[in-house]
Design a protein around this ligand. Structure first.
Ligand code: PRP
Ligand code: MN
Ligand code: MG
Length: 180
């Protein structure tokens, strides 16, 4: 049983691309001396962002993925982060950038950053395209943030609503027309 909804554009594909360019200038500066940066995408939401990000980052990199799911198909965080798929590579002594689509309550990214930190990387940084600070339940902030957004249910550019709308090229907000 699902209610019909519409998606209103909130951040255009053009605005996202411009923001990624400027973030990549900062990231390149930070990791300028690294011989091979491990860029870690959190599945599944970050797959579009990481694809655009690494193509804008002209640094020697390796791409790896980790899957930590807290929401499943629900609209509410379960607050219990499970590692469904771990990295292929060891990261001890290496420089790592964790890439996330959105930080909401903060449970997912904070859990992953603490987990990876325990593996003793040389340097560990995180980036999130979107941040909803008003929803935070744990004290955590990514090192780089694309856009701070209000507490709206967003989809697109990798982000889903019950597994739909990940392939929208922009960030949109979900609206239920049957609700005033
Ligand atoms: C979503 C989103 C972030 C996380 C943010 O992932 O992609 O990873 O929730 O929420 P939090 O800050 O409250 O933890 P989800 O668990 O829905 O998995 P998905 O990436 O496969 O959609
Ligand atoms: Mn996710
Ligand atoms: Mg999801």
């Amino acid at each position: 049983p699902e209610r019909p909804y519409v998606v209103d554009e909130m951040i255009s594909a053009k605005a996202i691309a411009a923001r990624i360019e400027s973030l990549c200038r900062e990231i390149k500066h930070e990791f300028a001396t690294t011989d091979k940066l491990v860029v870690v995408g959190l599945l599944r939401g970050s797959f579009v962002f990481i694809a655009d990000l690494v193509r804008e980052l002209d640094l020697p990199i390796e791409v790896d993925f980790l899957e930590a799911s807290s929401y499943g198909d629900a609209m509410e965080s379960s607050r219990e982060v499970r590692i469904l798929k771990d990295l292929r590579s060891g990261i001890e002594g290496r420089d790592v950038l964790v890439v996330e689509d959105i930080v909401d309550t903060g449970h997912t990214l904070s859990h992953v950053v603490h987990l990876l930190q325990s593996r003793n990387p040389a340097r560990l940084k995180s980036i999130a395209l979107l941040d909803k600070p008003s929803r935070r339940e744990v004290d955590f902030r990514a090192d780089w943030i694309g856009f701070e957004i209000p507490d709206e249910f967003v989809v697109g550019y990798g982000i889903d609503f019950a597994q739909r709308n990940r392939n929208l090229p922009f960030i949109g907000k979900v609206r239920f027309p049957d609700q005033a």
